[in-house]
Design a protein around this ligand. Structure first.
Ligand code: SF4
Length: 213
């Protein structure tokens, strides 16, 4: 990465990190996706069960394979061809793991995490996981404020996810949110985590390069 871009990206994530720490989160800042993976692996004991929510970032940094090859029991629902019943069972099991790993649709410079789910399993596990929540996010997720966070969650994250999955929601075709009522609407539960949830051990790892949707 160009050193000027890296400089600015570091400033952005540090600004968000300062506010997140003020709001009770543990925060680690790193330059690269590889460093993010290693930082997360250090936080997870090798005998921990790990639930993984639907997240491109988590797959992109390579931690899923690293956990499995290290011997962690990993639970996730992105298995091709599974039945709807299996899908729901896996989403429920993710909630009960020792560690829950996810990204965030947006993180504001004011120190809040903004997320929108269709089923709600990811946001539920983030705020009240069995043990530890680890959120890993690239600099592309940093936004100015809550309004920009919700805009990003719908017009970038949701649109990209709808397009990737061929859902029938308009954003997946046009690339922009029209607050649809499509049967396949994937925006059904919005959470704004303003402070560390009181019963959850919560670490945010911010990366000075883009990652995920
Ligand atoms: S409300 Fe509909 S169009 Fe807007 S982001 Fe959600 S699914 Fe897409």
């Amino acid at each position: 990465m160009d050193e000027n871009n890296l400089w600015l990206n570091r400033k952005r994530i540090e600004q968000a990190a300062t506010m997140l720490r003020k709001h009770g989160f543990d925060v680690i800042t790193v330059d690269t996706k590889d460093q993010a993976r290693e930082a997360a692996l250090e936080l997870i004991s090798s005998d921990a069960t790990v639930g993984i929510g639907g997240s491109m970032t988590i797959r992109e940094i390579g931690i899923l394979d690293a956990l499995i090859s290290r011997g962690n029991h990993v639970v996730h629902h992105w298995h091709p061809g599974i039945s709807p019943d299996e899908d729901i069972a896996l989403r429920r099991q993710e909630l009960l793991c020792d560690v829950f790993l996810a990204s965030s649709n947006a993180i504001t410079l004011e120190g809040a995490l903004v997320n929108i789910d269709g089923a709600g399993n990811r946001v539920g596990a983030m705020v009240f996981s069995q043990g530890k929540s680890i959120v890993i996010a690239g600099v592309n997720k940093i936004v100015k404020d809550l309004s920009a966070g919700i805009w990003r969650a719908k017009n970038e994250a949701a649109a990209l996810n709808a397009h990737r999955n061929n859902y029938d929601s308009p954003c997946g075709v046009t690339g922009k949110c029209i607050e649809c009522d499509a049967p396949g609407r994937i925006c059904r539960v919005t959470t704004i985590i303003e402070r560390r949830p009181s019963k959850t051990d919560f670490t945010v790892i911010l990366i000075a390069e883009p990652a995920g949707f």
